[in-house]
Design a protein around this ligand. Structure first.
Ligand code: AHG
Ligand code: MN
Ligand code: MN
Ligand code: MN
Length: 324
């Protein structure tokens, strides 16, 4: 049995990063406790507030955000934080080393129906001369992440973490420790499972419609095999499935709001999930470019996402390259 901190030390992770990840997990454990109590703790339902995304905040969006913010800003290693639920970044210790960007509660629409949700985080080092209260400090390319991960609050709470040396899973035990339960996760290259919100079909680009059309044809179609579909509506749960047994997950660009290139957000959904996927041998793309190579322009910027089993994502990309 290996605890998270023991494992990170064994991997020769820098002490400061071990400390920071420990703090993140203290906050996530509190989130897990609140979610487990649910109705009993009075944490279900919505607030009257709208976030910068234009979404009504659920009570748990706010509770999880406040917990992460408080724990992180109490750690002197944290120069600042940015969050889906904060309009602007919040400065911490001006001499701190790290910037932490997070989606405190992913899959908000699932909170009230007791279906899996998660917390996603991305860790960057602050660059010299940058002001951690300003957006610019955070606008680093995804390749610069020093750690990324999520905690899935499901039947059990599972941390999926990468510090740039593969991906490992840790399960939250009743003792409060995260214990290593799966080492060096590798995504199968091929799959017959896809995840996409089919109700947006009429808004997609032709390329995506053609690709999904071929999957739906099954054995009789161009792909020559049958596919199965899943949609949980929590990116954390979808990515966890992809990491565990393979698959392709996509939230592509659609025409509903042409000012937004997709629903998901680059800094706290696209980038951290792409690091995990690439570190586990998968591919993560906008359909035109690797997500980790995008140069961010805004903290809350959106990006289209297609990630998962390498051969399947590459097949999807051929539908796009043929047309461009
Ligand atoms: P969030 O709850 O953090 O705003 O993210 C929601 C995202 C993501 O988790 C999921 O993949 C997607 O929204 C679900 O979208 P649909 O409502 O279109 O199914
Ligand atoms: Mn949201
Ligand atoms: Mn989210
Ligand atoms: Mn969220």
């Amino acid at each position: 049995m290996l605890l998270l901190s023991q494992f990170l030390k064994q991997q020769e992770t820098e002490d400061k990063l071990v400390d920071l990840i420990g703090t993140l997990m203290l906050a996530c454990k509190e989130v897990a406790i609140q979610l487990r109590e649910g109705e009993l703790a009075g944490v279900l339902g919505s607030t009257d507030n709208t976030n910068v995304q234009g979404e009504t905040q659920k009570k748990m969006d706010v509770i999880a955000n406040d917990l992460l913010k408080k724990f992180l800003l109490d750690n002197a290693l944290v120069a600042g934080i940015a969050s889906e639920e904060e309009d602007h970044p919040v400065g911490g210790n001006p001499n701190g080393k790290y910037l932490v960007i997070f989606d405190p509660l992913d899959g908000s629409s699932n909170i009230d129906i007791n279906v899996s949700v998660g917390t996603i985080f991305s860790v960057l080092e602050i660059e010299e001369g940058m002001d951690p209260t300003k957006d610019e400090a955070y606008l680093q390319c995804g390749r610069k992440q020093v750690a990324a991960g999520y905690v899935l609050y499901g039947q059990s709470s599972i941390l999926s973490l990468s510090t740039g040396h593969g991906v490992n899973f840790f399960t939250l035990a009743h003792t409060g420790d995260f214990i290593l339960t799966r080492q060096q996760v590798t995504i199968p290259k091929e799959t017959n499972e896809f995840a996409i919100n089919m109700s947006n079909h009429r808004f997609w680009e032709d390329e995506m419609r053609n690709y999904i059309g071929d999957l739906l044809q099954g054995e009789e179609g161009a792909r020559g095999k049958n596919f199965n579909m899943r949609w949980i509506a929590s990116m954390v749960a979808e990515v966890h499935r992809v990491l565990t047994r393979g698959g392709i997950f996509a939230y592509p660009w659609d025409s509903r709001d042409s000012s937004k290139p997709g629903k998901l957000r680059l800094m706290y959904e696209g980038n951290p999930m792409s690091m995990l996927i690439e570190q586990a041998g998968g591919v993560s793309s906008t359909c035109y470019k690797n997500i980790l190579d995008l140069e961010p322009k805004h903290i809350h910027q959106r990006c289209s996402v297609a990630l998962g089993s390498s051969k399947e994502v590459e097949t999807l990309l051929t539908y796009h390259s043929e047309s461009s």
